[in-house]
Design a protein around this ligand. Structure first.
Ligand SMILES: C[S@@+](CC[C@H](N)C(=O)[O-])C[C@H]1O[C@@H](n2cnc3c(N)ncnc32)[C@H](O)[C@@H]1O
Length: 324
């Protein structure tokens, strides 16, 4: 693709100011050592395959936290499309990259109850490489998304994704997934609400609210699906040369607390307080309870988890590479 052709894609521009939630996520994640280590591993896996002038997609680019490393650490000139279904998150990425002539933001629009697929957005046989960081575990109908990616790829093109929320047999005892920490913090937070009378106000109908809010929790932090689930879908679609690897990544308690204190994520950790639209008091209390629960979890890990120490605990990211 020549440079003129990159402009043939209708460039997306945000129509609203950048959301506070997107900015908070970006700040908590982008320079955290777990994210840097994870992106370094992903780029180590794909870097050699990207050639000059290739079309590369960062699928689920979000606020641009993954994009920063893709641009910085793949040492060739290529065209990068940032694709996401959230205008508020993509707006943050736009604010960072819109002056880069080799980068375009593209929004997946919703048609009825389905998001567009990548080929609908970019055309068939048009992309050399699709990279997707920390995203696939959030997509309910992953088969449709993978099929769209397959159709968008050129013959021989590659699709590489990673996630810290994919379960797999053989994971070492003591290694956590993102979801493990979030589930445990939710449980500890609920027990704090039940026994601490400062939060008496939230005790009423708590069981009922836990039931009602479960869907909201699982929307933000879905239950992890097994690795095989993803691999079988890739195979069925026709992807070949599927290669799987995993890497243990240390997460410092300090960085993890910053992540857990992002308001948009707290709406998925403890939606029993305030739901999505909450008062300033509820926002304060929810943050206070999640912070207390996080410290209690960190104490548990320090005492009982062989792979945790006084500064950090251990997680695992799974990397899947495949080819059309
Ligand atoms: C956890 S963020 C990851 C952002 C970035 N890649 C990173 O590594 O920090 C997940 C992103 O996936 C996006 N996302 C969720 N569902 C999606 C879908 N069906 N299609 C495309 N993107 C989706 C979200 O809007 C969000 O920006």
């Amino acid at each position: 693709m020549k440079k003129q052709q990159i402009s043939s894609y209708a460039a997306w521009k945000p129509s609203k100011p950048i959301s506070r939630g997107a900015q908070a996520y970006h700040q908590a994640v982008t320079y955290a050592s777990w994210h840097i280590d994870n992106m370094a591993e992903m780029i180590r896996l794909v870097e050699r395959r990207v050639r000059t002038d290739d079309i590369v997609v960062d699928f689920g680019a979000g606020t641009g936290s993954s994009t920063i490393y893709i641009i910085r650490d793949i040492p060739r000139k290529f065209f990068l499309f940032l694709v996401d279904n959230s205008p508020s998150w993509l707006g943050n990425a736009y604010s960072i990259f819109h002056t880069n002539p080799n980068v375009r933001c593209l929004l997946l629009e919703k048609n009825q109850d389905q998001y567009q697929t990548l080929d609908e957005l970019m055309g068939r046989n048009s992309v050399n490489h699709v990279l997707s960081a920390n995203t696939v575990h959030l997509i309910p109908n992953i088969a449709d998304a993978f099929e769209g990616i397959y159709r968008a790829l050129k013959e021989g093109g590659t699709f590489t994704f990673q996630s810290g929320n994919i379960s797999r047999q053989g994971r070492e005892k003591g290694v956590l997934m993102i979801d493990d920490s979030v589930e445990r913090i939710h449980d500890i937070a609920i027990s704090i609400i039940r026994r601490d009378n400062r939060y008496k106000h939230y005790q009423k109908d708590l069981n009922k609210r836990m039931q009602v809010m479960r869907e909201q929790r699982k929307f933000v932090f879905p239950d992890p699906r097994p690795l095989n689930y993803y691999v079988e879908i890739l195979k069925k679609i026709g992807f070949r040369n599927i290669r799987i690897s995993h890497k243990k990544i240390k997460v410092s308690y300090k960085d993890w607390l910053s992540f857990l204190r992002v308001g948009r994520l707290q709406a998925g950790i403890l939606p029993e307080i305030g739901g999505i639209k909450l008062t300033a008091k509820e926002e304060h209390d929810r943050d206070e309870i999640i912070t207390k629960a996080s410290h209690l979890l960190f104490d548990e890990l320090k005492k009982h988890n062989a792979l945790a120490n006084h500064k950090s605990f251990t997680t695992e990211w799974v990397y899947v590479q495949s080819q059309k």
